[in-house]
Design a protein around this ligand. Structure first.
Ligand code: BTN
Length: 327
């Protein structure tokens, strides 16, 4: 009901009488008043006048479904969106919904996570309203062997959305960290549920630091992390940014499925800051240094080691050892 009242106020952009709301929705004046109070608590500015009724003055920059949907040009991603105040991890929540059969493109987003997960079992700092902490459910009809490509689809989408929406020169560190001037601004965690020959679902979790001040990062992140507000010098509205991210992700995801991985890889190469760089590679088995010179057509990083041999890196962590390639 709250949602219906909001939709009517948004559509009208002018005064809507209490009478119209009551009759149109078949509820009492008291009920309408209760829902208007609820909307105000959510951050909506609604004016009320005795003879005129109600008028919506301003909407909050909170990714509620109604806010994200208005003006969203993506046709699948984000159309089923669950907004939570607090959750352990949006990835865990998305996996639960995916198991229950939610449609592809379902988005779970939270204001804060108290158990946000990063890669390699690390924690992910997710302060309240400081960023976009969300997960998208995917059901790609691909072979298991091709699923790591989704991480690169996600990286290309996020870096493109950041650049186009804010002008901040985001780059990609292999395989899918998003950096600005060598500092991490966004992390992507892709998880998979599959049988031997069939992908049931994938969850792409995205943690983008949006409005976090330098002093707000914990000490261990202060020198290695950054945010869009720090890089652009202004406050960034999260709702329009989320729309851009969903639009880009939808575009690149379906290009990947319809045109193949080569188009994604081509864009990825242009945005990558790990190529033509001396790197140190950490895998579960070993650590070695070398020169990252390309990715092959599966997305594996090619590293020339000191003895001249070429290592093909499919999974692992890469540390850059010099100034990053300029974007
Ligand atoms: C990384 O370590 O770089 C990946 C970080 C991924 C963080 C995001 S925040 C939304 C989603 N939910 C999680 O628990 N993790 C991902």
């Amino acid at each position: 009901m709250k949602q219906k009242i909001l939709n009517i106020l948004k559509r009208n952009q002018d005064w809507v009488s209490g009478e119209t709301l009551c009759r149109g929705l078949g509820v009492s004046r008291t009920a309408v008043w209760k829902h208007i109070s609820g909307l105000r608590e959510d951050g909506y500015q609604i004016e009320a006048k005795a003879n005129l009724g109600y008028r919506l003055i301003a909407s909050p920059d909170v990714p509620f479904p109604a806010e994200v949907m208005s003006g969203l040009s993506a046709t699948v991603f984000g159309h089923n969106l669950v907004h939570l105040e607090e959750v352990a991890s949006t990835n865990a929540e998305a996996k639960k919904l995916a198991r229950e059969g939610c449609p592809e493109g379902t988005v779970i987003i939270a204001e804060t996570q108290n158990g946000g997960k990063g890669r390699l079992g690390r924690a992910w700092f997710s302060p309240r309203a400081g960023g976009l902490w969300f997960s998208i459910v995917l059901r790609p009809p691909v072979n298991l062997i091709d699923t790591p490509q989704v991480t690169m689809v996600a990286a290309v989408s996020v870096a493109t959305a950041i650049r186009e929406h804010t002008g901040v020169p985001a780059g990609i560190k292999w395989p899918n960290d998003i950096l600005v001037d060598g500092k991490k601004i966004c992390g992507i965690l892709v998880e998979l549920n599959a049988e031997m020959d069939r992908v049931d679902f994938m969850v792409a979790g995205i943690g983008l630091n949006v409005n976090i001040g330098k002093g707000e990062f914990p000490p261990e992140l202060a020198d290695i992390a950054t945010s869009l507000s720090m890089e652009s010098g202004r406050h960034i509205y999260r709702v329009p940014l989320l729309r851009s991210l969903l639009q880009q992700f939808e575009t690149w995801y379906y290009r990947w499925l319809n045109e193949g991985f080569a188009v994604v890889l081509d864009k990825w190469r242009h945005m990558c800051v790990t190529l033509d760089c001396p790197v140190t590679v950490h895998t579960v088995k070993e650590t070695y240094s070398g020169y990252a010179f390309d990715v092959d057509d599966t997305g594996a990083l090619l590293v020339r080691t000191r003895d001249g041999s070429v290592q093909r890196l499919v999974a692992g962590e890469v540390t850059l050892r010099k100034q990053l390639r300029k974007q």
